[in-house]
Design a binder for this molecule. Structure first.
Ligand code: TXA
Ligand code: MG
Length: 359
């Protein structure tokens, strides 16, 4: 695997960016940073390259990929030739592209079929990360790119996380440092009467509702765990580290009490298998209470922007504590009803497999 280091703040017209673009043009698989998470890119016109993406990730073949573009003008090449972008779509594009909003459109004929299996729609986004834009532009083609992790693992927010999962099976990696947002883009399906958030992410419901005048709702599965998701990817177990994840949100004292109870554990269990815990919580919570664990396994994140920090660091911390060999990760959650809380609690809910409680 070829690894290129690119500094987003330096001159991006470097030969390294062009080398990565050339790899993509030749049908090779190249991972690169976006503002959300690292993506594993392939030429979206190239059926062979796209099918290798599925193989590299161990991704179920029915889970469609997002196509990434570097310029708004590139969108037309992905849509049916007679398709007119609607007024609402245009407003969303003007407000949020480039950025972490993925929109669903009817698919044009030239896009590789495996990008959008069993569906005549495609998901498109224009990332704001300068390295992502430069690499896509250098390739000269739209880039199909899922998150650059092994399926069901936490998405990678660093180049090292990409190497950990995919180092042996990809051709290139553009290392542009840590990603900023840390959770994936919002996936939005726009209908004539309403817009449906299929996956909550970097652009929040409130931000979308400010731009368009039709209701912005969540796909039913995001509020009712028994409902079937519209987005195929949302049905898979995801974002899961090896350790058990436990999440509480609500009253701080109650969260602390619940954490202590879990740390004390059931006596019999402790004899058989003592837990090796880690804690993720806001700095003020960590300084207010005493925890009977070593400080190395406490991730104390800066409040008051805790939900933004949690989004930024969650996947990295899950991977870090897994590498540390912990058995249980105790997370101070956030209110899922607004802002980045919705996206981060959605990821935590799926990592926690039901161990998520309001207290
Ligand atoms: O932030 C992101 O979106 C990152 C970076 C790399 O751009 N990409 C990413 O891709 O998260 P992936 O493949 O891990 O997730 C794509 C999600 C899946 O849940 C998939 O089912 C959904 O988007 N999706 C893709 N095409 C779709 C379509 N035509 N209709 C409905 N959902 C779609
Ligand atoms: Mg993914």
């Amino acid at each position: 695997m070829q690894r290129w280091f690119v500094n987003a703040h330096a001159d991006l017209n470097q030969s390294t960016v062009q080398a990565a673009g050339d790899f993509l043009k030749q049908g090779k698989l190249v991972a690169f940073p976006t503002e959300t998470v690292y993506g594993l890119g392939a030429d979206a016109w190239n059926e062979d390259a796209v099918s290798r993406v599925f193989k590299a990730k161990g991704r179920p073949a029915d889970n469609p990929l997002i196509v990434h573009i570097a310029d708004k003008e590139q969108l037309d090449s992905l849509l049916p030739s007679d398709y007119q972008v609607t007024d609402i779509e245009q407003r969303l594009i003007d407000a949020f592209w480039p950025g972490p909003l993925t929109l669903i459109f009817p698919a044009g004929r030239d896009v590789a079929a495996s990008v959008h299996p069993n569906s005549d729609t495609i998901a498109v986004r224009m990332p704001s990360h300068p390295v992502a834009q430069a690499v896509i532009r250098a390739s000269g083609c739209p880039i199909a790119a899922p998150s650059a992790n092994t399926s069901s693992k936490p998405s990678p927010t660093t180049a090292d996380a990409v190497i950990q999962d995919l180092g042996d099976v990809i051709d290139g990696l553009v290392d542009g440092g840590e990603t900023t947002i840390g959770v994936e883009s919002t996936v939005l399906l726009v209908e004539s009467e309403r817009a449906i958030i299929l996956r909550p992410g970097g652009v929040t419901q409130e931000m979308i509702a400010e731009i368009i005048d039709i209701p912005v709702v969540y796909d039913a599965h995001l509020v009712d765990l028994d409902a079937h998701p519209i987005s195929p990817g949302m049905k898979y177990r995801h974002y899961a580290p090896n350790a058990r994840v436990h999440v509480w949100w609500g009253d701080a004292e109650e969260i602390y009490t619940a954490m202590l109870e879990l740390l004390a554990g059931d006596e019999e269990d402790q004899v058989n298998e003592p837990i090796r815990p880690a804690i993720i919580a806001p700095a003020d919570f960590v300084s207010r209470f005493e925890f009977p664990v070593h400080k190395d396994v406490i991730a104390s994140l800066d409040a008051p922007d805790y939900e933004v920090q949690l989004a930024h660091q969650l996947y990295k911390l899950l991977r870090h504590f897994d590498a540390h060999g912990v058995s249980d990760i105790l997370v101070h959650g956030v209110n899922p009803a607004h802002g980045m809380g919705t996206a981060v609690m959605n990821r935590l809910q799926r990592a926690a497999e039901g161990r998520i409680f309001r207290v």
